[in-house]
Design a protein around this ligand. Structure first.
Ligand code: ATP
Ligand code: MG
Length: 251
């Protein structure tokens, strides 16, 4: 479904990504894990066609990632959607939460107002966002509610793949857990494919079938999440796990 081939990115003389190569089958889920600065968000932006790779390519169902502002770009976004980190910038503060969730329908579909409103309520319910909050401004939402609204906004165009970049990093452990449960449910019920980016290796084993560990723009290893604790892991992967253990999260 999604194929990344020999992908590299340099900015000026700086290597940001080097020789990335992996694929994600339809309905599959992949976690991309690595410390800060390892290139995770750059990879996500390239997959979302917001940046071009220097070398290599991204294909979805065999089609190359489009350049911006083309008709194909629009098509890309009806298949692949994202929820990014620093989400306080994701919802327009001048709009109500409901208007923000509805906005992609105005861009990507020809649905009338009544249908758009109906779908907005449907998707708010799907992600567990109280309907009473649809009339509120985004500033009034808690961190977990804000993320739910962003997820609803991404899903309302019925994408097949959702790219999530550090979407639970700013949440407390309980709300992290709830968002992870929500993604798990969406994956099962909607057959949604997931690319889940995080620096926290212990978060992802229950959610994603495969884990890609990155360091300084390179792939360290790619493995089935079943073998996170049992398999012969790369020393860097072990060090990441150990670092989380030392922080008291336990693995
Ligand atoms: N436009 C740019 N110009 C120069 N350097 C950049 C640019 N974008 C990213 N970088 C550099 O690329 C590297 C990877 O950044 P990126 O944001 O992809 O990392 P990350 O893994 O997402 O980090 P974090 O976990 O902190 O979000 C960093 O060293 C960053 O400074
Ligand atoms: Mg990042």
């Amino acid at each position: 479904m999604l194929e990344i081939r020999q992908l590299s990115k340099t900015i000026g003389s700086k290597m940001i990504l080097s020789d990335m190569e992996f694929s994600l089958p339809a309905g599959g889920s992949l976690a991309v894990v690595g410390e800060s600065g390892s290139g995770k968000s750059t990879l996500a932006r390239i997959i979302m066609a917001l940046e071009r790779p220097t070398v290599g390519d991204v294909r979805y169902e065999g089609t190359l990632a489009p350049t911006r502002k083309t008709a194909a770009f629009r098509g890309w976004y009806s298949e692949i959607q994202f929820v990014f980190q620093n989400t306080t910038a994701s919802l327009d503060p001048r709009m109500t939460v409901g208007q923000s969730i509805e906005e992609p329908l105005r861009h990507f579909t020809k649905l009338g107002k009544a249908e758009r409103r109906e779908m907005t309520a449907e998707y708010a319910a799907l992600v567990g966002l109280p309907l009473s909050l649809l009339a509120a401004r985004p500033g009034l939402l808690s961190g977990g509610q804000y993320q739910r609204a962003c997820i609803a906004k991404a899903l309302i165009v019925k994408p097949k793949l959702l790219v999530c970049d550090e979407i639970v990093s700013n949440l407390d452990v309980i709300h992290q857990h709830k968002i992870m449960e929500l993604l798990q449910r969406l994956k099962a019920e909607q057959n949604l494919s997931l690319l889940f980016i995080t620096h926290d290796l212990t978060l992802v084993a229950g959610l994603c079938e495969q884990i890609l560990v990155m360091k300084e723009g390179r792939m360290v290893e790619l493995f089935d999440s079943d073998s996170l604790l049992s398999g012969e892991r790369h020393p860097y992967t072990k060090a990441l796990l150990e670092a989380v253990r030392l922080l008291g999260r336990g693995a």
